[in-house]
Design a protein around this ligand. Structure first.
Ligand code: MIG
Length: 690
């Protein structure tokens, strides 16, 4: 059951597309406060939600703010990252979900001010409150997702391995990456192009010196099974003769100052205007620009800097220079000195700058800070809606940095500028189920870490988690150590671990699609799968991937293994990635276990009575196209047999609900395998996997 109550005159975020009932006279569960709501928590209550965020799966004990921020330091001390995800579930003595549909700042004080009080504060009394009641945690999630609409579905190749770097500087450098991957039998489906492929960082241009004959180059890479995925930044460079700038200006498609002139900010291209993503005409126009790259054979994009990130605004910069002149004539004392350095350091992503520009929306002219969290969402919507017009029969890969609930219908996200820190493996794990709840199924971190220098052991362990997230992308910042897997010593282990991903693809893709089509979770906390289990409710470093698989990655340096809690008897599967993915299996009882995991191994656990439909092949698989999704080996822990609903399609079509895509597979106690569709062949799996 979903109840809605409207307060004041909310801006319509278009996050909600489903149905609901009016709120009862007295709001259930929450207590109304002058500026929001409160809830008194029982010591055992758990708070789930808030999407991509810092800290744990259980959000208790910290203060979070929905305020999309370009902040590359994802430390525990922060309150906001790039997105705004105002959905939360309280689980305990009372279990319910709530969603605050509001595009400005919302604060979730989850027992920070008062250990036992959840306090939600909303910047204005203009918002919609939704309360969701259900039979279980998964039921609450399902209902919420019906409210906000079906999650984005990428093309199947987007489940392949992606290599990225800020930046591969030329076509030759990309060719070299591809050649090294192929030479080492490490599968690869995509290479990302970061900002340097553009001409002076101008969106929808390609630098003709560094990437000559771009369409031919894209075709050449695709012939090797590798797609190029270019970045698109939010700001449009101010430059006479640049058509995107000139058209935007002529049509009034840019965000404006109070006086109606276009607002000027500084980002990578230098001085830019921001396209007015909240203006439907401007959005359609910006989306149409992607055609420039689609026409050259590009099938995937990532949208960056769309909080929007702002290195400076022209107005604040001018004021700062004037102030510096003033300071230069003074004898600075220590407090004016710090005021001076603080002023300069505070130029980037300055909160005041977000109050300086305006949007022309269907609902009138609005100051940016009041709708701040909708910018990245609508940039991605611009692209997603354009793809439906420009390439209606094709799925286009799209992911964004900034997001808000609603954007999950148009694209996925990557989790921004993490660091090559061990703690960020665990953080990436925490983000997965939290994002899934909010509808963001297609997601993944920068594997190996974006900032700082990676190490080989970190990268191996990170892949131990990363091969289970839908977006599997290694990315790193300029100036950091190069971290393509073939640069390290254990090449065979990297090849094995990434081949393992491809062997798992029939299962992972099927689970992803079922989650998207049935408003489920591809990745869930143990508590969602085993709600009666008091230990499972506390587990913060293991998750379920689909219905059959429990993963417990190693995330500490020099650890030779880790403790794993199993809520029930499961099959332990040890994959020896450096030895052709040879496997060892053993049955473990429910309870706590110390599980040794060598650096070159991946260990996962299969639920009793469940199976994994796996691909055949091994070293021969270099791309998703090499995986035969219709010739499966069933890897099961099924002493009494098992059944599985297998979703399969060609990875491009959009008739998702066609029953022909759902195949019923069974395995009997004697290991005889059967599929109800002749087109999908099944057999029980022998070891080894590779
Ligand atoms: O200010 O395009 O999060 O992935 O490599 C940095 C350069 C801009 C931030 C993205 C990162 C990307 C980088 N971008």
């Amino acid at each position: 059951m979903i109840y809605k109550k409207q307060y004041g005159h909310p801006f319509d975020t278009e996050s909600v597309v489903g149905s609901f009932s009016p709120m009862p006279e007295t709001i259930p569960h929450l207590t109304k406060e002058p500026d929001g709501f409160s809830y008194t928590m029982d010591p055992q209550d758990i708070l789930y939600g808030l999407g991509e965020n810092i800290r744990g799966i259980n959000k208790r004990g910290w203060l979070y703010e929905s305020k999309c921020s370009d902040d590359p330091n994802h430390t525990e001390s922060k309150s906001s990252l790039y997105g705004a995800y105002n959905f939360m579930i309280v689980s305990g003595k009372d279990t319910f979900g709530f969603f605050i549909d509001f595009p400005g700042k919302v604060t979730f004080d989850c027992g920070y001010t008062d250990l036992d009080t959840l306090r939600v504060t909303i910047a204005e009394e203009n918002y919609d409150l939704y309360i969701i009641e259900g039979e279980s945690l998964t039921d609450i999630v399902r209902q919420f997702r019906q409210l906000v609409g079906r999650s984005y579905i990428p093309p199947k190749w987007a489940f392949g391995n992606t290599q990225s770097r800020w930046s591969y500087m030329s076509a030759d450098e990309v060719r070299e990456v591809a050649a090294n991957y192929r030479a080492n039998h490490i599968p690869l489906d995509a290479v990302v192009l970061d900002i340097d492929y553009m001409e002076r960082y101008k969106d929808f241009t390609v630098d003709a010196q560094r990437f000559p004959h771009f369409a031919d180059f894209a075709a050449e890479m695709k012939a090797q099974g590798i797609r190029l995925v270019p970045i698109i930044d939010a700001g449009v460079k101010i430059e006479d003769g640049y058509p995107v700038y000139e058209e935007g200006l002529q049509n009034g498609y840019f965000c404006t100052n109070q006086d109606g002139t276009p607002f000027v900010a500084g980002v990578w291209p230098g001085r830019v205007h921001f396209p007015d993503m909240l203006n439907p005409q401007a959005r359609a126009w910006f989306g149409d620009q992607y055609k420039f790259l689609l026409d050259q054979g590009i099938e995937g994009f990532w949208n960056d800097m769309n909080e929007p990130a702002l290195f400076y605004s022209e107005e604040t910069l001018k004021k700062t220079f004037a102030k510096i002149e003033e300071y230069s004539k003074q004898n600075l004392d220590i407090s004016s000195f710090f005021a001076f350095t603080g002023m300069v350091a505070g130029l980037s992503n300055n909160e005041n700058d977000y109050t300086l520009f305006y949007h022309n929306t269907k609902q009138g002219r609005v100051r940016h800070d009041k709708v701040h969290n909708l910018f990245g969402y609508n940039m991605t919507r611009a692209a997603g809606e354009a793809f439906d017009r420009l390439a209606p029969d094709k799925r286009i890969l799209l992911y964004s940095r900034s997001a808000c609930i609603g954007m999950h219908r148009y694209g996925g996200i990557w989790t921004g500028d993490n660091q090559s820190w061990w703690s960020h493996i665990l953080l990436a794990l925490h983000m997965m189920p939290s994002l899934n709840m909010c509808g963001f199924l297609y997601e993944g971190p920068d594997i190996g870490g974006f900032g700082s220098n990676t190490t080989e052991d970190l990268l191996l362990r990170w892949y131990g988690l990363g091969i289970f997230s839908p977006l599997l992308r290694n990315h790193s910042a300029n100036g950091t150590r190069r971290q393509e897997p073939y640069r390290f010593k254990n090449k065979a282990a990297f090849a094995g671990i990434l081949q393992l991903r491809y062997l798992l693809l029939p299962y992972l893709y099927s689970e992803y699609m079922k989650a998207a089509l049935h408003d489920g979770m591809y990745c869930m906390p143990l508590a969602f799968a085993f709600p009666q289990d008091a230990f499972a409710r506390q587990v913060e470093d293991e998750v379920m991937i689909g219905e059959s698989l429990l993963i417990a990655p190693v995330y500490e340096q020099n650890a030779r293994g880790r403790y794993v809690y199993l809520p029930e008897e499961m099959l332990q599967v040890r994959v020896k990635c450096a030895e052709g993915n040879r496997i060892e299996t053993s049955v473990l009882p429910a309870g706590h276990h110390y599980i040794p995991v060598a650096l070159t191994e991946v260990v996962f656990f299969v639920r009793k009575g469940h199976m994994l439909p796996l691909a055949k092949g091994g070293r021969d698989i270099q791309t998703v196209a090499d995986v035969d999704f219709a010739d499966l080996r069933l890897f099961a822990y099924a002493p009494n047999g098992a059944a599985y609903t297998y979703y399969t399609d060609d990875g491009e079509i959009k008739d998702y609900d066609n029953p022909a895509h759902f195949v019923h597979i069974t395995l009997d106690a004697q290991g005889a395998a059967q599929s109800d569709r002749a087109a999908v062949k099944v057999e029980a799996a022998p070891a080894p996997l590779g």
